[in-house]
Design a protein around this ligand. Structure first.
Ligand code: SRM
Ligand code: SF4
Length: 584
């Protein structure tokens, strides 16, 4: 553990917070400002909310000498992204009552509210609690929303995997009573508090876990601090291969930061899963860097200490010796859209939600005072609400910003189909495979870290790339394109066959060469380029791909095979332009 004097400021804030209380309650009661105290903004993340300001009006308000338009983003905790129709209706209602009347699906299978005022936070969390949903640990230096394979086609395995995501989520949730005290009961028991797993300073950084069911890697399992790969024998879940040390976040110009994919370190049977996961978390708790937050994720703890160290710690702390990893195979990430029937005869409908924004768009395609754009006249939010009213199964969010209407009985299918048609909810299926696979982070106007647009720009860029692909005769080819407004990697852009990462307004770094199944990172191809240069670079490359690709070859593999970009074999070599040989 670090010497206290060198700890990062956030570590001091956590230590002094009395198990995350800080002065949050006082800040919420202060009627003079729409903001809360600076130190508390670090603590409220543990309760699922971030202080932000509306960046579309930041300059204007500054010029008028007004305080920034403070508002909050609130993210719910929703293991595996599963809600009932009833819960969905309440979640939708809260968006209208307390937020900006839109819902934002996230890349980790949950809902976010934007534009929530300070005074609406408590009622929002209280109302969510009434429907069995909280925001405990949705953000902050703890384990985050546990993801799990969304596609419920193989229903028995999926149900088991969903149970595991719940179990892990509960087991690793922070336990201090501060959540109830500040947001629900609004009074202190006066008893001393404690935090059995995390202790007073919680984890050095955020921690993420996902469970994949091969052959689909819809959760991008290797992007997580712990990735669990379901091993199924005779139709039954028998355990998980354990991958550790995944993460996307980097900082422009700081090569010591890099994305890394999880390394598979062995197999844990069902009796050992929880102990293995908990022990890995404690290793990170005790050895993660608490001085430099840019070097504090588990991926750096692993690369600094080596895998032997991790195995030795598992043995020493919990007598865990993992079995050799079992065989598995992924063939894709992303979500198969449309109707599918599961093992038990029920139907599932996966709907395409462009970049995760659920809203009703007016005839000009605008929502929330023109801040968001979609299909003109598309009543997506109303349509989903009407579906939730009659749907008897569950509604599932995918890790790719899409929604699954799951568990539809044969007899109920016509009524669902009628609503889907009425609200044109499945019309997105006619879009190109490139658009289906494209994913962007939130960025402007809410994200305080955005350097360039993402959610509001990617659809336009995709339209232009679609044009290039159609001209090249490969309009039906799936190519995974992802964009983020900064290098933190919220839409996992370093796992895109073509990735764009914001540098400045209208300027992006372009990355190429990740694998279609999420098993290889991409690499920087061009720096700080705008749309014209992006299209000028991509057009001949796509034409060449169309002419020279091998049977079944994906774009990411093609650019590596033909030497357009060097392969990134490991996160540590991500910044090495020439590939692993020279880096070694
Ligand atoms: Fe993220 C910070 C949005 C998934 C890596 N992320 C943020 C914040 C909270 C900005 C901030 O700190 O002020 C963004 C809020 C924007 C807004 O206005 O809503 C934000 N992240 C998102 C979401 C909503 C993007 C989306 O389009 O869906 C995703 C919410 C997921 C969830 O439900 O929990 C989201 N973020 C991710 C992912 C993808 C994943 O987990 O699979 C990553 C990369 C994986 C990883 O963690 O390495 C990711 N977000 C980051 C980072 C960089 C972490 C790092 O290790 O360097 C930050 C910044 C930070 O933590 O300092 C960040
Ligand atoms: Fe914000 Fe950057 Fe994450 Fe996009 S990638 S949501 S810009 S932190």
């Amino acid at each position: 553990m670090s010497d206290t004097k060198n700890l990062s400021p956030v570590e001091h804030i956590k230590l002094a917070s009395n198990y995350l209380r800080g002065t949050i309650a006082e800040g919420l009661a202060d009627e003079l400002s729409a903001s809360i105290a600076e130190d508390d903004t670090q603590l409220t993340k543990f309760y699922g909310f971030y202080q932000q300001d509306d960046r579309d009006v930041r300059a204007e308000r500054k010029a008028a000498k007004l305080e920034p338009h403070y508002q909050f983003m609130l993210r719910l905790r929703l293991p595996a992204g599963v809600v009932t129709g009833e819960q969905y209706l309440a979640i939708d209602e809260l968006a209208h009552k307390y937020a900006n009347g839109t819902l934002r699906l996230t890349t980790r299978q949950t809902f976010q509210y934007h534009h929530v005022s300070k005074w609406q936070l408590r009622p929002l969390l209280q109302d969510a609690y009434k429907i069995g949903v909280d925001a405990r640990g949705a953000c902050g230096d703890v384990n985050r929303n546990v993801m799990a394979a969304a596609n419920p086609e193989r229903s028995a395995v999926h149900a088991a995997v969903h149970d595991w995501s719940d179990k892990i989520s509960e087991h690793l949730a922070w336990k201090s009573r501060a959540y109830e005290e500040i947001f629900l009961e609004q009074k202190s028991s006066g008893e001393p508090d404690h935090e059995p797993l995390y202790g007073k300073s919680y984890l050095p950084r955020k921690f993420k876990i996902a469970i994949a069911v091969p052959p689909e890697n819809d959760v991008d399992v290797f992007a997580n601090d712990i990735g669990l790969i379901a091993i199924v024998d005779n139709g039954e879940l028998v355990g998980f291969n354990v991958a550790i040390g995944g993460g996307m976040g980097t900082t422009h110009g700081e090569p010591a930061t890099y994305p890394r994919l999880g390394t598979v370190i062995g197999f844990a049977d069902l009796d050992n899963v929880l102990a293995t996961v908990e022990t890995l978390v404690t290793i990170q708790r005790d050895y993660g860097d608490r001085e430099n937050r840019k070097h504090a994720r588990f991926k750096y703890t692993i690369d600094d200490n080596g895998l032997d160290f991790i195995h030795a710690q598992l043995a020493e702390r919990a007598d865990i010796e993992l079995e050799p990893a079992r065989d598995y195979h992924f063939d894709r990430n992303g979500d198969p859209l449309g109707w599918h029937q599961s093992d038990d005869g029920h139907w599932q409908l996966t709907l395409f939600i462009e970049n995760g924004r659920i809203a009703d768009f007016d005839d000009n395609g605008l929502a929330h005072y023109g801040q968001y754009r979609g299909r003109p006249g598309y009543k997506l939010m109303t349509g989903l609400r009407e579906l939730a009213k009659i749907h008897k199964g569950t509604i599932r969010l995918t890790g790719n910003h899409n929604v699954i209407i799951a568990g539809v009985a044969e007899a109920d299918k016509p009524a669902i189909e009628e609503l889907v048609e009425h609200y044109a909810l499945d019309d997105g299926r006619a879009y190109s495979p490139v658009r289906h696979a494209a994913m962007s982070c939130v960025a402007f106007p809410t994200c305080g870290l955005a350097m360039a647009e993402s959610e509001r720009y990617l659809p336009d860029l995709v339209a232009k790339i679609e044009g290039v692909m159609v001209d090249a005769g490969i309009g039906d080819e799936p190519v995974v394109i992802r964009m983020t407004g900064c290098p933190n990697g919220c839409a996992r852009p370093f796992l895109a066959e073509i990735g764009f990462v914001g540098k400045a307004p209208g300027k992006y770094n372009m990355y190429l060469g990740a694998a279609f199944d999420g098993s290889r990172l991409n690499k920087l191809y061009r720096e700080n380029i705008g749309e014209d240069e992006i299209l000028a670079e991509l057009t001949p490359m796509i034409e060449r791909f169309s002419a020279e690709r091998e049977d079944g070859e994906h774009f990411g593999d093609f650019v590596v095979r033909t030497g357009i970009i060097a392969e990134t074999t490991e996160g540590r070599y991500f910044h090495d332009k020439t590939g692993p040989a020279e880096a070694a």
